[in-house]
Design a protein around this ligand. Structure first.
Ligand SMILES: C[S@@+](CC[C@H](N)C(=O)[O-])C[C@H]1O[C@@H](n2cnc3c(N)ncnc32)[C@H](O)[C@@H]1O
Length: 249
């Protein structure tokens, strides 16, 4: 009888293969199938067992629900023939990207699931570029916010304006609206902000500005990027690849 299949919901970290956990590497090496997301780089996929079937599960713009249904379908079909399936997501699998929904779906369908936590871009992007997430006397609280339209139009910005450090994922496209919303909620135009583009990957870039400039459309930046808003940006000690590139806007 075929053993019960096991699905590992694995975090791939922000991109640099050296930021994978040992456990993530171990399960990749034993995987028979890997279903991976858009932000997982080829260097990490190359660490999977050469025998593993690699399946792209990235979301297509505007078709997220359809693709999610396809992924669910795919995992269930793979479970009929494979014993070890890796569902590989960027960063930490429980931070955005529907990791929680996938965990619920798979367990509800009787699969044995284990979560392998990953290094989230929400903290790693700052750490890699020398921005402290908290700083004694400057920032004692932080929050991570989804910057996609659906969230930023419904979020309670007044509540978030009281948090010292705001980290926004998926916020590149709506950066002006995010800045306007925070200024309306009482944050000053002079508040420092920074984008960390492609953290830990080739062409990592650090772009520093202010909330006012961001609201005025003066910040040029490309996804994927982590946006950090708060006084901690002034406490940055420039380190990492982005410091060498020395970008400002
Ligand atoms: C769907 S969310 C997934 C987040 C992921 N689970 C995590 O913990 O990092 C995708 C967003 O994460 C951020 N992101 C992920 N990897 C990144 C990287 N290497 N550099 C900058 N931003 C990154 C970007 O804001 C991107 O739009």
């Amino acid at each position: 009888m075929k053993p019960k299949p096991k699905v590992y919901l694995v975090g791939a970290g922000p991109g640099d293969p050296d930021l994978l956990t040992r456990k993530a590497l171990k399960v990749l090496e034993s995987a028979e199938a890997v279903i991976y997301d858009r932000l997982v780089p080829a260097e990490i996929l190359a660490l999977a067992s050469p025998a593993a079937m690699l399946v792209y599960g990235g979301k297509r713009q505007g078709e997220q629900d359809l693709v999610q249904a396809e992924i669910f379908d795919h995992i269930l079909r793979l479970a009929a023939s494979c014993n070890v399936i890796v569902r590989l997501k960027s960063g930490d699998p429980t931070v955005f990207g529907r990791g929680g929904e996938e965990l619920r779906f798979l367990t509800e369908h009787g699969l044995d699931v284990e979560v392998v936590p990953g290094v989230s871009s929400a903290t790693a992007a700052l750490a890699l570029t020398g921005v402290p997430l908290t700083y004694r006397g400057v920032a004692a609280s932080f929050a991570v916010v989804a910057g996609h339209r659906q969230n930023i139009l419904t979020i309670d910005w007044a509540a978030h304006a009281g948090i010292d450090t705001l980290v926004v994922l998926m916020g590149v496209e709506n950066r002006e609206l995010i800045a306007e919303s925070l200024m309306r909620a009482g944050r000053p135009a002079s508040l420092p902000v920074a984008f960390i583009e492609r953290a830990s990957m080739e062409r990592e870039r650090f772009v520093e500005s202010t909330l006012g400039e961001m609201a005025a459309g003066m910040v040029e930046v490309e996804a994927p990027a982590v946006l950090v808003i708060g006084e901690v940006v002034r406490k940055r000690v420039p380190i990492g690849a982005a410091a060498e590139a020395g970008a400002r806007k």
